[in-house]
Design a protein around this ligand. Structure first.
Ligand code: HSE
Length: 352
């Protein structure tokens, strides 16, 4: 029988506590019929007493994530701390030690993708990050596997649950975005600093990750255009320039404003990417994607257009993708990029 895989979870916030809860309450669902079993070996949190109060057994808890990463009895590290540091260092240390890593950290993957992919390939460690894009929606896996025989022309979609929740409420309630943002934060959709959501950086990070799987390159997130002086954002990034009045005016024209992320092959083969508020015909599928839902449309040859939609943020939905990656590791399925070739990095100044 295959030895059990011992899993350390770093972070018990919005997503982490749902992952830990799954281990504690329905561990039998996390089995692979033909692979290893998964065992929760430890949980690293900032405040142990607070975590005990939420029902996590004290024996599993530590406030020293680096110790869990270095523990020879830990085989798989689930990084759900979010943000740049210490997440990046802990992911790199785990991959460097040959340990499998599962993460939802779109910021770290988008900004350090080439280095982390290279490290994982060198050590042979499995690196999975389905939860980093689209919350619970499976989209990176299909890009790397079932759609691998396609030539992808364009990836377009709504990639941020917080801003879509806010734009939907603006359209339905006529209030400005700042008033509604607090509700998105209370629901666990927004980042710790919601500037990343409302200015479009979070969607840009997710677009960089989608582009890695779709086009085989790690784009620099700084090359994703976030501002369009002529659009409904009035030259401000993300949804920060969109007012309740803009939403009402768009509706009068039969249109809806959505924050749309697009990455596509230009005529010269370079990838051009943007995250911009756009006016869309009200009947378009993207325009009908409301609340915390995300939708990703992939235009490719020979398939045509295929779309994925579902809950794009929140602990429960995102834990589905994290747990799915853990089951994939138990099945021995390898990294999120599956059998795709190592990614390239576009030449400096290529805009992609
Ligand atoms: N803040 C993110 C969002 C969380 O609203 O989409 C999910 O990545």
């Amino acid at each position: 029988m295959t030895a059990p895989l011992r899993v350390a979870v770093l972070g018990a916030g919005t997503v982490g506590r749902e992952v830990v809860r799954a281990f504690l309450e329905r561990g039998e669902d996390l089995r692979s019929a033909d692979g290893a079993t998964l065992v929760l070996a430890g949980v690293a949190v900032r405040d142990v007493a607070k975590a005990v109060a939420t029902g996590i057994p004290e024996a599993l808890l530590t406030d020293a994530p680096a110790h869990l990463v270095a523990d020879p009895d830990v085989d798989v590290v689930v990084e759900l701390l979010g943000g740049e540091e210490p997440a990046r260092t802990l992911i790199a240390a785990s991959l460097g030690a040959g340990k499998a890593v599962v993460t939802a950290n779109k910021h770290v993957i988008a900004h350090h993708g080439p280095e982390l992919e290279g490290l994982a390939r060198r050590t042979g460690a499995t690196f999975r990050f389905e939860a980093s894009v689209g919350g619970g929606i499976p989209v990176l896996g299909p890009l790397a596997t079932e759609l691998a025989a396609n030539r992808i022309q364009r990836v377009r979609g709504i990639l941020n649950g917080t801003t879509n929740f806010v734009l939907t409420a603006m359209a339905q309630e006529g209030r400005d975005y700042a008033d509604i943002l607090a509700a998105a934060q209370a629901a666990g959709y927004a980042e710790a600093d919601p500037t990343a959501d409302v200015e479009g950086h979070d969607a840009a990070n997710k677009l960089v990750i989608l582009a890695r799987l779709a086009f085989g390159v790690w784009m620099d997130p700084a090359t994703v255009a976030l501002v369009d002086a002529g659009g409904p954002g009035h030259g401000l990034p993300g949804i920060t320039g969109v007012s309740a009045g803009d939403v009402t005016l768009a509706r009068a024209d039969g249109e809806v404003i959505k924050l749309v992320a697009t990455a596509e092959r230009g005529l010269d083969g370079a990838i051009v990417a943007s995250v911009l508020p756009l006016r869309l015909p009200a009947a378009a599928a993207l325009a009908c994607t409301d609340g915390v839902l995300n939708r990703i449309e992939i235009e490719a040859e020979p398939i045509g257009v295929v779309a994925f939609s579902g809950p794009g943020a929140g602990g429960a939905a995102t834990s589905s993708a994290v747990l799915g990656d853990l089951v994939a590791i138990a099945r021995g399925l390898g990294s999120t990029w599956a059998g795709l070739a190592p990614a390239g990095v576009p030449p400096a100044g290529a805009g992609s």
